[in-house]
Structures are given as structure tokens and as C-alpha cells.
Design a protein around this ligand. Structure first.
Ligand SMILES: [Zn+2]
Length: 300
């Protein structure tokens, strides 16, 4: 689990590693430009994701991707969409308080000559720390002062329910406290989204529950439609090869697996572009059917 000792050890190790500040991965859909911005990366104990899986089979899959299984360092890709009128962020990164390897979004924005004031909308896929905690600055003020914030109705209801802190389990208590505190700051102004709602023309919310209770993916219309996945497919190895396996990072493991299986079926049938928050190479690519399950392909 994500103990304080693990995080401190991981932070010390990360100082020696090269840091990628932004991903600069780009996709153009008609007049809409999509870039992914790197918020940095996370350092997680492998068990946090891989712990409950059949260990021999899991080891064989992860080894194919050249990754260790004791420690994972997933990238964090915040999606930026510009359509000429709107400047939209999908998730807000980790901010300064989660892990020292993450919280780099503002540096990535500035590399594109954008300021936080330029952002017109922030659409949250879910309320986990690496997606939500970048919402507020050190003074607890919204980082994107002009933005309309939006999140799924079910997601907002879950994390602002006073019972959640007690019922979520010890390993995730900080997630619950952190989400409730931040969502309270925007509670009066946030727009809450239902499944299939189109908060911005051409962007539709897709309820994809399991990783969290009210997780949303966002489908962007275009010649090739694109799906901002958030964490409903959380990695490029076991998440694609065995979407049916329970992943330790999902809150409702069976529901998350069912969501992943159905989604991959649809994404490959419709030839969607996909943008994954924790997928490699900036996160933009597509899913392809493979001998077992699926594979993530970085080029479109
Ligand atoms: Zn995440």
C-alpha cells in the first residue's frame, strides 16, 4: 500500500531519475487540437496495482514490457483541448501535495505559452489525488480562476458524502479526505454531469464506473472520434492484455473490469483514438485486438 515510508523512499530514488516535464503528444480532429501535457509521473508500489492478479501470468506480461513488478512509475498525461473558443483541461494533475515526481502541469502549460487564466473549462474524470489535487494552489484557491469546473454527479456525491471517509478503508482515507476538502471549495460553482451529457459541444460524458463510483471518460467527436479515458484503462500492459483481471487500483474491481472489457470492445470496433492518463508516450494512441486481449499502439 501507499505508506508514508514507501513514498519517502520512492521520492529519494526519483531525485536521481531524469524528469520529463511535458509530453508534447498531439492529435488534430478537424478544427480541434488536442495535446497532452505531462504532470510528471507517480511512484507506486507494484502491489498497489498488480497485487491481486495471478502472479505468474502477471509477471510474464509485465516482463514483456520491460517493467519491474515491485515498483511502477506511471506517467500522468493531462489532456488539453483547444477548439478556437474553448481551452479545456481534462483533469488538473496532482498539485504540490501528493508526490514530488508529479504536480508539473503548470510548467507544461507554460511551455505551450498558456497561463492558468487561459483555461476555460476543467473536466474531471474522477477525484483521485493525481487527477483532482491540482485544482487548488498553496492558498487553497482554484489554480484555474476563470475555468468552469465539471465532474460526474455520482463522483461528486460519493466523495462529498460524509460517510465515505469512514467506509472507504484505511488505505484510501487520505484520498477521501483530500477529495472532500477540494470539492468543497468548488461546490457552489461546479457543474455536475450525467452520463451522455454534452457539457461542451462535441464533448460527451461517458459513465465508466468501477475505478471510482462515478468515473467519466469523455468522447470527443471528430473524423476519428477520440476517448479521454482517465483511469478506466490504467496501464498499457495488464490493462490491455487482461482487461478482465481485477486491478488493485480499482475501487470496485469487478465493475471496473466489466467497464474495461466493454470499452475495449467498443473502442476497437469504432476505431477510436484513445488518450490515457497513465499510458506511455504522452498517452495518445489506439487499441488493437491481440492474440490475448488487446494491445496499446502509440501511433494512430
Ligand atoms: Zn490516475
Amino acid at each position: 500500500m501507499l505508506t508514508r515510508r514507501f513514498l519517502l523512499t520512492a521520492a529519494a530514488a526519483a531525485l536521481a531519475a531524469p524528469r520529463q516535464l511535458w509530453a508534447a503528444s498531439t492529435l488534430t480532429l478537424g478544427s480541434v487540437q488536442i495535446d497532452t501535457l505531462s504532470d510528471g509521473s507517480l511512484v507506486l508500489p507494484g502491489d498497489f496495482i498488480l497485487g491481486g492478479m495471478p502472479q505468474d501470468e502477471m509477471q510474464a506480461i509485465v516482463a514483456k514490457y520491460g517493467l519491474p513488478t515491485d515498483r511502477l512509475t506511471p506517467p500522468c498525461n493531462v489532456t488539453l483541448l483547444r477548439d478556437g473558443t474553448n481551452t479545456v483541461l481534462f483533469d488538473a494533475g496532482s498539485g504540490p501535495d501528493f508526490q514530488p515526481t508529479a504536480g508539473k502541469l503548470l510548467e507544461a502549460l507554460s511551455a505551450l505559452d498558456l497561463t492558468p487564466e487561459d483555461v476555460t473549462h476543467v473536466l474531471f474524470t474522477h477525484a483521485h489525488p493525481d487527477h483532482l489535487w491540482g485544482l487548488l494552489d498553496d492558498f487553497d484557491e482554484p489554480v484555474f480562476p476563470n475555468a468552469q469546473h465539471m465532474i460526474g454527479q455520482a463522483e461528486f456525491d460519493y466523495w462529498t458524502n460524509p460517510d465515505t471517509v469512514a467506509s472507504i478503508g484505511e488505505a484510501r482515507t487520505t484520498f477521501a479526505v483530500g477529495a472532500a476538502r477540494r470539492l468543497a471549495v468548488i461546490a457552489d460553482s461546479v457543474r455536475l454531469l450525467a452520463d451522455a451529457e454534452e457539457p461542451i459541444p462535441g464533448i460527451a460524458a461517458r459513465l465508466t464506473p468501477g475505478h471510482t463510483p462515478g468515473h467519466l471518460a469523455f468522447e470527443i467527436a471528430g473524423p476519428t472520434p477520440a476517448m479521454v479515458l482517465g483511469d478506466c484503462i490504467g496501464n498499457h500492459h495488464v490493462g490491455f492484455e487482461r482487461p478482465d483481471w481485477a486491478s488493485g487500483s480499482d475501487q470496485d474491481k469487478n465493475l471496473a473490469a466489466a467497464t474495461r472489457v466493454a470499452l475495449l470492445d467498443r473502442l476497437t470496433a469504432d476505431q477510436h483514438a484513445i488518450i490515457g492518463y497513465h499510458l506511455p508516450g504522452g498517452g495518445i494512441g489506439r487499441a488493437e485486438k491481440a492474440d490475448t486481449g488487446y494491445r496499446f499502439v502509440e501511433d494512430l
